[in-house]
Design a protein around this ligand. Structure first.
Ligand code: HEM
Length: 304
């Protein structure tokens, strides 16, 4: 099976950056509901800078994704700036207009993050625009090949899947920043805020994970003809690899929630905080790998 490396890499960076922009912008609204106090505000400053970088990279990777798709259509990268080819791509294909809308959303996201003052309003706009960019991918993928009710169901499943995944994976970044910043003079105050943010994230995390799993299974059922395809087709095996990585993420998340979080109330608070931070970094690493598999999955033919 041949992998289109520029296309897969562009999709991988695109998925990761949009999920960071969405999940990290959404995080303060549920994990720090009463607004960020001085220390949390500083931790979110780091996150805000990363969200801005992620937005720029999401736009650049979208352009590389388009160029790779166009190169496949016209037989090479030399022709991708040809005006007729661009016109045919954007105006004479079913996905061209989707890309025009997506580019407008991505440019708006970059402008909002570059021009607006750091505020809850900016975070809300950034969460909404990156959510729209993530959801609109559904019209570029396999789901869009359906018609009627089946199309609606598959688009809905796809949208719920990538938004739940974005909330979880993107939320891990500000959470890691909070834990990394914890520790000097005002430890007391900050630890309690960290504990509260960890508890709120882990509570909503259960909902995100359940949604990802249910829609992941649904997406698999929509794509595969027989359950044996899971083991006998490259597409099926890619789903198995993805689900296994997801399983490892669940183990790290469950250990955080049921083993380490309760220990934060005990004398071993310091060890528990360090173990939590390590586990969150493991989850982040596995999440990046899952997105790599997702980047390949959408370019593969589900059925032989
Ligand atoms: C943290 C966990 C997960 C993340 C971050 C994730 C991410 C994604 C992304 C970004 C896509 C869109 C791919 C595209 O547009 O081409 C996707 C699609 C999909 N995911 Fe997941 N996913 C996760 C877990 C799962 C699980 C556990 C399963 C299976 C049980 C699954 C099965 C699928 C399927 C079948 C698709 C459809 C791909 C297509 O359109 O051909 N995912 N996922």
């Amino acid at each position: 099976m041949e992998i289109d490396v520029p296309l897969v890499l562009a999709r991988w960076v695109h998925f990761l950056c949009l999920m960071i922009a969405f999940g990290a912008s959404l995080f303060p609204f549920y994990a720090l509901p009463d607004g960020a106090k001085s220390e949390e505000a500083r931790a979110l400053d780091v996150t805000d800078r990363r969200v801005r970088l992620a937005a720029y990279l999401a736009l650049v990777s979208a352009l590389v994704w388009i160029a790779s798709s166009l190169a496949n259509m016209v037989g090479g990268f030399e022709e991708v700036l040809d005006l007729d080819a661009l016109e045919a791509f954007f105006l004479e294909t079913s996905f061209g207009p989707i890309w025009l809308v997506r580019l407008a959303i991505l440019i708006a996201l970059v402008i909002v993050l570059a021009r607006m003052r750091r505020s809850r309003a900016r975070r809300l706009l950034s969460a909404l625009l990156s959510a729209a960019a993530l959801a609109s991918q559904a019209w570029l993928g396999h789901a869009a090949m359906r018609t009627g009710t089946q199309l609606d169901i598959e688009l809905l499943s796809y949208v719920a899947h990538v938004l739940a995944a974005g909330a979880w994976i993107g939320g891990l970044f500000p959470l890691a920043s909070l834990l990394t910043r914890r520790g000097s003079a005002e430890t007391r105050t900050r630890s309690s805020e960290c504990r509260a943010a960890l508890r709120r994230f882990s509570t909503l995390g259960v909902i995100f994970v359940l949604l990802i799993l249910l829609t992941g299974i649904a997406n698999s059922v929509f794509r595969l003809r027989f359950s044996s395809d899971l083991f006998t087709t490259p597409y099926g095996v890619a789903i198995l690899v993805k689900a296994s990585l997801f399983g490892l993420m669940l183990i790290a998340a469950a250990s955080n929630r049921w083993r380490l979080l309760p220990r934060l109330e005990s004398a071993n608070e310091e060890t528990a905080f360090l173990a939590l931070r390590r586990n969150i970094m493991i989850e982040q690493g596995l999440g990046v790998l899952v997105l790599g598999v997702a980047a390949i999955l959408g370019t593969m033919a589900p059925r032989a």
